[in-house]
Design a protein. Structure first.
Length: 659
């Protein structure tokens, strides 16, 4: 391939060449692979020239989150978080200390160019896509291709089957001899590959490092001329075929004309026959009139029979009315049985409360007796001066103390069991009343489910705040509770927009159980319930924690709320379980702040009596203050204790922009 004179350092800049090619080969649609954070010169040129159909592809999830904020609104730009590789399927993506050099090459192989470059992370990708697959999904209207990543030649090789639609290629290549990179990353490899496809290199623009450059290729004029000659030859052949078809069509029209004359004679004969048939039908009509009179006589007979059947139906209805009266009497008896059942339940609850009170009185008496016994033994120990008796008294005192602790634990367990049983009886009574009133069973609020006082706190927050989204980490009865509360509030306050509700669950069993609860309540379509397995998540501190994999769910919610300056988000953090780590629920704050950086957040944490949850609140407070966000904490003395931390991240963003 001949290198043009424009490769000299004093040649025109890259943007000027792109402007010229834009006039010669207008970009119908563009694919930009390796878009980075969206601040590169290629994407800046596309935005400044108002190119409307652009598919930007970035494989680094962190870079991709920045890229989303840089895309022009409503301009037909399509972002994709994919790794483009020479072959589809598994691949390794290396995240470098300089995000711009992250890609398929290990950062150590680039140290001859960037001595201080290091590898931050090697990510195994299971679903890498080839350039051919990317072009197939984007459609045949793509005619500009920009590869701002290394190596260019293998990636271009993976898309050869679709290069007949491409007019312009911009590729990042190595131009120096001794760079430590494979031949596939060099300019010569790209030249050799593209020249075989009828492309010629018209310019190469050096990057910040002189060993790297962006090479521009366009279709060779010779190839275009050959294609034009072939098109002209094909057009001439088509014109000859068209002329032959015209002659053939004219001959067919002549034959059809002769056929029409013959058919007209046949139709005349058929018309004469139809007239004869019409006369016969008139005769038949007279016969049908006679038959009609006979039918009317038969109808009168049927009407008489119908009157008799109506009389029988009235008698049957009277019998049904009697049966209905009997059924109503049975319903009244059932209501009487229900009243008796309610009375029995009230008596049982009163007895349970009385037993609990009596148990507490017994505990007080036993504790008082044990305390007096312990004090007496202590006094005996102090009064006695006999060294022979002292060891036996100390042993007696230790035995007594052990018995006191054992009895206290036994009594505490017994009382907790009795109180728990009383609570279950109350929940069962309420469930029976709800079923008799509405036909729906209430979910349980004990065991692994949220406690009733925590559920009431959620309802109060939903009642007194206009949230734009409710996000749960851990699903269950609280998910159904929130869905029903939001449905009630939508009817109560018609001017309110129903918040988006999302719930993440990492266990398939609990995910399916929650889905069935929502489906039974008719609320399955109101909740985005996501099966999100736990996966490693890198925190701001550099530590790695196991947390829910949200997939695209949070990005979709962010797109729905993109017109709201400071969305109000309620996060109910009731997972993952404590067994996954001492501060397993901490990553929820960093995850949601990354997706919703301007949110007015309300983070509600259950099980606050546990040390791990208390440590999580302290870490949240420290993280927010480190990022210039002032949180407000509110603790709730519930069965399991709870804590709410509220903050407004939009004020931090506004102050940062003002400064």
């Amino acid at each position: 391939m001949t290198v043009p004179v424009h490769d000299r350092p004093d040649a025109l800049p890259l943007s000027t060449w792109l402007d010229v090619l834009r006039a010669v080969f207008p970009p119908r649609a563009v694919i930009a692979v390796g878009a980075g954070s969206g601040n590169g010169s290629l994407l800046q040129w596309l935005r400044s020239r108002h190119v409307h159909q652009v598919c930007v592809v970035e494989g680094d999830a962190n870079q991709y989150s920045h890229l989303l904020r840089q895309l022009p609104e409503g301009a037909g730009w399509t972002p994709r978080c994919d790794v483009v590789a020479p072959a589809a399927g598994p691949a390794v993506f290396y995240r470098a200390s300089n995000p711009a050099e992250s890609g398929l090459f290990e950062p150590e192989r680039l140290r001859m160019l960037w001595p201080n470059l290091s590898k931050r992370e090697a990510i195994d990708i299971d679903t890498a896509i080839t350039l051919e697959g990317l072009l197939a999904e984007a459609g045949e209207h793509i005619n500009w291709l920009m590869l701002d990543c290394l190596p260019a030649a293998p990636l271009l090789q993976s898309g050869l089957a679709r290069f007949d639609q491409i007019d312009v290629v911009v590729a990042r290549v190595a131009v120096a001899e001794h760079t430590g990179l494979d031949h596939s990353a060099h300019l010569a490899a790209a030249d050799e590959l593209l020249s075989g496809l009828g492309f010629m290199r018209v310019h190469q623009c050096a990057e910040r490092h002189p060993a790297l450059a962006r090479a521009i290729y366009v279709r060779s004029p010779t190839v275009l001329r050959n294609q034009l000659d072939a098109a002209r030859t094909e057009r001439a052949a088509l014109e000859c075929a068209l002329q032959e078809q015209r002659q053939k069509t004219q001959a067919e029209l002549d034959a059809l004309s002769r056929t029409a004359v013959a058919e007209r004679a046949v139709l005349s004969e058929q018309l004469r026959q139809l007239q004869q048939d019409h006369e016969q039908l008139r005769n038949q009509f007279g016969q049908k009139q006679a038959e009609l009179e006979a039918s009317r006589t038969k109808q009168a007979h049927l009407e008489q029979r119908l009157a008799e059947q109506r009389h029988e139906a009235e008698q049957h209805a009277e019998r049904l009315a009697n049966q209905l009266a009997q059924a109503q009497a049975q319903v009244q008896a059932a209501h009487a049985e229900r009243s008796a059942l309610e009375q029995d339940l009230h008596i049982q609850l009163a007895q349970a409360r009385q037993q609990a009170v009596e148990s507490w009185h017994k505990v007080d008496e036993i504790l008082k007796f044990l305390t007096e016994t312990r004090d007496t033994l202590e006094e005996l120990k102090q009064v006695s001066n006999l060294t022979v008796q002292q060891p036996s008294l100390e042993k007696l005192l230790e035995t007594s103390n052990a018995n006191v602790d054992k009895w206290c634990k036994s009594i505490k367990t017994s009382i907790e069991r009795e109180v728990s049983n009383a609570v279950k009886q109350i929940e069962a009574f309420n469930a029976i009343q709800a079923y008799l009133a509405t036909g729906d069973l209430l979910p349980s609020f004990h065991g692994w489910s949220v406690s009733p006082d925590f559920a009431l706190l959620i309802i109060e927050l939903l009642e007194h705040n206009k949230f734009d989204a409710v996000i749960e980490f851990g699903s269950g009865s609280s998910t159904l509770l929130v869905a029903r509360a939001l449905t009630h509030l939508s009817k109560k306050y018609s001017q309110r927009q129903r918040p988006v509700q999302v719930a993440f669950e990492h266990l398939p069993e609990f995910h399916d159980r929650t889905a069935e609860l929502l489906r039974h309540a008719g609320l399955r379509d109101e909740v985005k319930l996501v099966l999100a397995p736990l996966k490693p998540m890198t925190l701001a501190s550099g530590d790695v924690a196991s947390f829910y994999d949200p997939g695209n769910a949070l990005v979709e919610v962010a797109q729905l709320l993109e017109n709201i300056v400071a969305p109000r988000i309620l996060a109910i953090v009731d997972g993952p379980p404590e067994a996954t780590g001492p501060v397993a629920r901490y990553p929820s704050l960093e995850l949601l702040l990354k997706v919703f950086p301007r949110q007015h957040g309300y983070f509600l944490l259950d099980d606050y009596r546990r040390p791990g949850e208390q440590q999580t609140i302290r870490m949240w407070d420290e993280f927010l203050r480190t990022n210039n966000i002032d949180p407000v904490q509110t603790e709730y003395e519930l069965e399991k204790r709870a804590c709410l931390i509220e903050f407004d991240a939009s004020q931090r963003v506004i102050e940062g922009e003002a400064s």
